[in-house]
Design a protein. Structure first.
Ligand code: ZN
Length: 229
């Protein structure tokens, strides 16, 4: 079931404070319209009661796709606060596990820190792709384009809509300007070959060691280890 939470929000234009109910969790299987609202960047939109200014509020959101069996927790944290975010996520997992009916496992859980990552992760999971493998592909792309693709300044985003049966499509986004600057394709055959290779237990362990989680991000990994590039 989708749930709302009451917040006191100050209008960024006229500074008027008002109480608004914003979604803290959405069940998109029960309410597919909430998925659409999120994709159109209309979820948790607020219109100021005083000056009619319309704006967006970013609060922690649990996205639950019951039919596909996954949850993505979007925790908007300032850059540098990811570790605290990971601890908060661990607490949420304990809380959800405690609420789970006996004998029922939690669905697959994912953590993201930005709305862009949330949308990307939803598309990726809906397409039946593995988030660690996709981040591994991005990792390869960064390493193969050193000097051209700086992980500190450029994000790589999986683009489900422009992917084809032959190619997985990735767009290069400038982190500061948020402009989409280039498109990189990765052949699906190569992806399938990677998936086959990582099916082996030992290789899978390597992938999990590279991306232990809960945040699975090639960019975050490379930004954390600048010496290796
Ligand atoms: Zn206002």
């Amino acid at each position: 079931m989708s749930q709302k939470k009451q917040y006191n929000i100050r209008c960024p234009k006229c500074a008027q404070e008002q109480a608004v109910a914003l979604f803290e969790s959405v069940n998109v299987t029960e309410e597919p319209a909430l998925r659409e609202a999120l994709m159109l960047n209309r979820l948790n939109a607020v219109t100021c009661a005083s000056c009619a200014f319309a704006f967006q509020v970013h609060k922690p959101l649990l996205y639950h796709d019951v039919a596909r069996g996954f949850m993505v927790y979007w925790l908007p944290v300032p850059a540098g606060a990811e570790e605290a975010g990971e601890r908060q996520f661990a607490e949420l997992l304990l809380q959800l596990a405690a609420q789970q009916p006996a004998g029922q496992a939690l669905p697959a859980m994912y953590l993201v820190f930005t709305r862009t990552e949330l949308v990307e992760r939803i598309f990726l999971l809906e397409a039946g792709l593995d988030e660690r493998l996709i981040e591994y592909v991005k990792h390869l792309m960064y390493l193969n384009n050193q000097g051209k693709l700086d992980p500190a300044r450029k994000a790589l985003l999986f683009d489900a809509q422009d992917s084809t049966p032959e190619n997985l499509c990735f767009v290069v986004q400038d982190v500061t300007t948020r402009k989409m600057e280039a498109v990189l394709n990765y052949s699906r055959k190569a992806y399938d070959a990677l998936a086959e290779m990582f099916r082996a237990e030992e290789k899978m362990r390597m992938l999990r060691e590279l991306f232990p989680g809960p945040q699975v991000s090639a960019r975050a990994l490379l930004c954390r280890q600048p010496d290796e590039s």
